[in-house]
Design a protein. Structure first.
Length: 540
C-alpha cells in the first residue's frame, strides 16, 4: 500500500539545509470498477501481474482493467488503483459449532472474493473452552490452493470480557468481520478435507455480488469519507489521473470531469480525458468540442480512440485511449526532461494499437487549435510543429497553460517545493527561517535553470523567491503560519508565473497568485510585489 501523507517524515530544522528533492513523475492514478480487491483504498502496482493479483485481471464490465493493461504495455511504470463499487455484497462464511456457529462476512464485495477459514485449538488449555485459533485466507479461486492473503488470530475468545474478543480482534482484519450474534460456544475444529490431512477449511458461501454498473456519483465519491476520487487524498503524490469510461457504451460525465480536474489542480496533477464515444471521426470531434461542457488547463485529451485486441472476446475492439496515453507520457518522463514539449513523434502508439479513425494533417491542425491532441501509429516524413495542448478554454487563463509541457513543469515545481519545505511546519517564523527557505528554493530553481527548464539567461529573468516580513506579519506568526512567494518564467524571460506557498498547523498549500504577472524587467519584481501586497495577493 502506498504511504499516506500523514506518514511522510517532516524534517526538523536541519531540513532547511537539505536540497529539495524532485517530486516523482510518471505515477498515474486510476479510479473505476475492478473484478475484486479493496474498496476505496489506493494500491500501488508496478506491472499488470501486480494488478491481476490484487484486482483480478481483465473483466469485460471493467474498462479500467483494459486501461491498466494498455498503460503498462505502452511504457507505464507505476499505477495507483482505486476500486469503486456501486452496491455489491461481500461473501459470508459460517464456522459451524454450538449456538448456531460463528458468522463472518468478507470486507471486499464481489463474486470473486474467495475466502476460507480454519479453526484449531492448538496451544489452548482444555479448561479454556471459550478460546480458539482462527486462520483466514483469500485464495485465487474456489478450488485453488494459491493463497493471496492470510491472517492468523491466536487465542481469540467468544466472550466479550475474556480478552481477545473475536469481534474486536477482527476489526484489524483486511479480509472479514464478525457479524450477527456471537454464539455461546466456540466454533468447532475444522476437520481435514481428506482422512489423515493436517488442516481443514470452511469455505465462504456463494453469495458475493459484484454490484451494479458505476455511476458518476460512485466515481466522485466523498471528500469527507475519502471515497471515489477522494480516496487519493491518502497518497503522497501522483502526476496523472485516468477515469476510464463507466461502461463500454457509457462515457464519464461532465460533473465527474469537473470534480476530477479540481482535485488534480489541488494535487499538482493532470487529468487525462477520453474523447466521447460519439466522436467517431475528426469532423465529429471538431463539431463536438464546440459544445463540450468541460475545459481546464489541468486536463488534456488525445483523439481518436484506439483499436486493440480484446483477449477476453478474442477480437479487436475500440477502447478509450486514456491508459495508453498515460503509459506513453510516463515513458516519455523516464527518457526526457519533464519540460520538453511532447510532440507527435513522442506519442506514437506501440505495435498492437492503432487509431480508430484516420486524421488528415489539416484536421490535425484544426483539432490542435481546439485543444485536442492527435494520436498516430506511424512516423511520417514531414513533422507538424504542434506541441501537446491542455484543455484550456481559448484564451482564458494563462496562455502558457494551454500547452502541456509548461503546465506539467509548473505542477512538478509546485509539488517539489511544497514537499521540500515542509520543515517550516516545525520552524520558528523569523529572519533565520525566511533566509534559509529562500536560499533552499533558489538553489532548487537554479538547478532547473541550468538544465534548461526556463527561458532567458540574465540573472532575475528566470525565477525569483521572496520570504520576508511582508508575507509573515505579526498575525501570521501568531497563527504559526510561514509563507513565501516564488515565480518562474515559462516561455518568455521576465514574465513570471507566481505562487504563494503556506505552511501552518500541520497543513501545506500552494496556490497561484497574480503578482508581477506581466512584468518584463527583473528590476520591477520588488515593485510589483509591493503593489500586490497593498491590494492583497489575489488568486489567479
Amino acid at each position: 500500500m502506498p504511504e499516506r501523507l500523514s506518514d511522510i517524515a517532516i524534517e526538523q530544522h536541519h531540513g532547511a539545509d537539505l536540497a529539495i528533492s524532485r517530486a516523482p513523475t510518471g505515477i498515474v492514478a486510476f479510479v473505476g470498477r475492478t473484478l475484486k480487491g479493496p474498496i476505496n483504498q489506493p494500491v500501488s502496482v508496478h506491472n499488470f501481474a501486480d494488478y491481476q493479483r490484487v484486482f483480478g485481471g481483465l473483466w469485460q464490465p471493467s474498462m479500467l482493467s483494459y486501461a491498466v493493461e494498455q498503460f503498462f504495455e505502452n511504457g507505464g511504470r507505476q499505477a495507483l488503483l482505486v476500486r469503486v463499487v456501486n452496491g455489491g455484497c461481500a461473501p459470508t462464511l459460517t464456522l459451524p459449532g454450538g449456538g448456531g456457529g460463528l458468522q463472518l462476512r468478507g470486507i471486499a464485495p464481489g463474486s470473486r472474493e474467495h475466502l476460507r477459514a480454519s479453526v484449531d485449538y492448538d496451544g489452548i488449555a482444555a479448561t479454556a473452552k471459550d478460546r480458539f485459533n482462527l486462520v483466514l485466507q483469500r485464495v485465487r479461486g474456489a478450488a485453488s490452493e494459491l493463497i493471496e492473503d492470510q491472517e492468523i488470530f491466536r487465542r481469540v475468545s467468544i466472550l466479550p470480557d475474556g480478552g481477545r474478543y473475536i469481534v474486536d480482534a477482527l476489526l484489524e482484519s483486511r479480509l472479514a468481520r464478525a457479524t450477527g450474534p456471537i454464539p455461546s460456544a466456540r466454533p468447532d475444529r475444522s476437520p481435514p478435507a481428506v482422512p489423515g490431512g493436517l488442516v481443514g477449511y470452511t469455505y465462504a458461501n456463494n453469495d458475493g455480488d459484484d454490484g451494479e454498473p458505476l455511476t458518476d456519483y460512485d466515481i466522485i465519491g466523498s471528500a469527507q469519507a475519502g471515497t471515489g476520487i477522494f480516496a487519493l487524498q491518502a497518497v503522497p503524490a501522483f502526476n496523472m489521473l485516468c477515469i476510464p469510461p463507466l461502461g463500454r457504451e457509457q462515457d464519464v460525465g461532465a460533473s465527474t470531469l469537473l470534480v476530477a480536474s479540481r482535485f488534480c489542480r489541488d494535487h499538482h496533477a493532470i487529468l487525462i480525458c477520453d474523447p466521447p464515444a460519439s466522436w467517431s471521426s475528426a469532423t465529429a470531434a471538431i463539431d463536438g468540442i464546440r459544445d463540450w461542457p468541460f475545459r481546464a488547463d489541468d486536463a488534456l485529451m488525445y483523439f481518436p480512440r484506439i483499436i486493440a485486441h480484446d483477449r477476453l472476446r478474442g477480437r479487436a475492439e475500440v477502447f478509450a485511449p486514456c491508459g495508453a496515453i498515460a503509459g506513453m507520457l510516463a515513458r516519455f518522463d523516464a527518457t526526457a526532461p519533464l519540460w520538453s514539449p511532447v510532440e507527435r513523434d513522442e506519442v506514437l502508439l506501440r505495435p498492437g494499437l492503432r487509431p480508430a479513425c484516420t486524421v488528415s494533417d489539416n484536421e490535425r491542425a484544426r483539432l490542435a487549435q481546439l485543444a485536442i491532441n492527435t494520436l498516430t501509429a506511424t512516423r511520417v516524413a514531414h513533422r507538424l510543429p504542434h506541441e501537446a495542448r491542455t484543455l484550456a478554454a481559448g484564451n482564458a487563463g494563462a496562455t502558457d497553460w494551454r500547452y502541456l509541457a509548461p503546465r506539467r513543469l509548473a505542477q512538478f515545481i509546485a509539488s517539489s517545493i511544497e514537499r521540500g519545505t515542509q520543515w517550516l511546519l516545525l520552524a520558528h517564523s523569523g529572519p533565520v527561517a525566511w533566509q534559509r527557505v529562500t536560499a533552499q528554493v533558489e538553489a532548487f530553481l537554479a538547478t532547473l535553470d541550468l538544465e534548461g527548464a526556463f527561458p532567458g539567461s540574465a540573472p532575475g529573468e528566470c525565477y525569483f523567491v521572496i520570504c520576508d516580513q511582508r508575507f509573515n506579519d505579526r498575525d501570521a506568526r501568531a497563527e504559526g503560519r510561514i509563507s513565501f512567494v516564488y515565480g518562474f518564467a515559462a516561455s518568455r524571460p521576465g514574465e513570471f508565473h507566481s505562487f504563494l506557498v503556506s505552511h501552518a498547523r500541520g497543513q501545506s498549500s500552494v496556490r497561484p497568485v497574480a503578482v508581477n504577472r506581466y512584468t518584463t524587467s527583473a528590476r520591477r519584481v520588488g515593485e510589483e510585489i509591493e503593489t500586490g501586497l497593498l491590494r492583497g495577493l489575489s488568486p489567479q
